[in-house]
Design a protein around this ligand. Structure first.
Ligand SMILES: [Zn+2]
Length: 203
């Protein structure tokens, strides 16, 4: 799944995972889990991600390759990987993908979706000012904690990430276009309609 932050590709990955019984290898989740171990690599990754900078290719490649080897024998869904041409080439040297879905949304829409997010620091529930507001403004429904804006969701970080995303995604799309496995999906539709378009391609 290729798409900018806020495109809903994670949600679609989860739907496909359920339908086909395949694991999702999401760079974001795997790296976040790794941060919690708080060793040297964890601390380094934490600094990198909190600054809105992407983790180095060699680290990401290594972590994903391990996942594919250990848990990907029946197939798998990749979310957020490969993120650039170098990672795509690394992956192609290891395995061939069957489908690449690019979930497309405008910058304006991505910005609206992401900067409206509010997260509970205690139970990690994510709310949205427009789509899924808490019952009481600024407070978690479940535990009453004050909601925060994650560093990842702050507008300056989002702007930087969107810019970086398009710089690296363009050559990636070209790479998969040549292999004739790239499919462009309109991500500004409802979650159901995006899912329907993907399933149509998969037949
Ligand atoms: Zn909470």
């Amino acid at each position: 799944m290729i798409g900018p932050q806020g495109s809903g590709k994670g949600t679609q990955a989860q739907k496909l995972s359920k339908k086909f019984g395949l694991p999702i290898f999401s760079t974001g989740n795997i790296l976040r889990q790794r941060i919690h171990t708080e060793d040297e690599l964890g601390k380094k990754l934490s600094r990198i991600i909190n600054n809105g900078i992407l983790a180095p290719d060699e680290i990401v490649n290594k972590i994903i390759a391990e996942k594919i080897e250990n848990d990907g024998y029946k197939g798998y869904i990749l979310d957020g990987y490969p993120r650039n041409l170098a990672q795509a080439r690394f992956l192609a040297g290891m395995d061939e993908l069957t489908h690449v879905f690019e979930i497309n949304i405008s910058d304006k829409e991505a910005f609206r979706r992401i900067t409206g997010r509010r997260t509970c620091p205690k139970c990690q529930i994510v709310y949205h000012l427009d789509y899924n507001p808490p019952r009481e403004e600024g407070v978690c429904d479940k535990c009453g904690e004050r909601l925060v804006i994650r560093d990842d969701d702050k507008s300056e970080t989002v702007k930087r990430r969107l810019r970086m995303y398009y710089e690296t995604a363009r050559p990636l799309v070209e790479f998969y276009n040549k292999k004739k496995i790239h499919h462009l999906i309109d991500g500004e539709q409802s979650i159901e309609d995006v899912g329907r378009d993907i399933l149509r391609v998969l037949g």
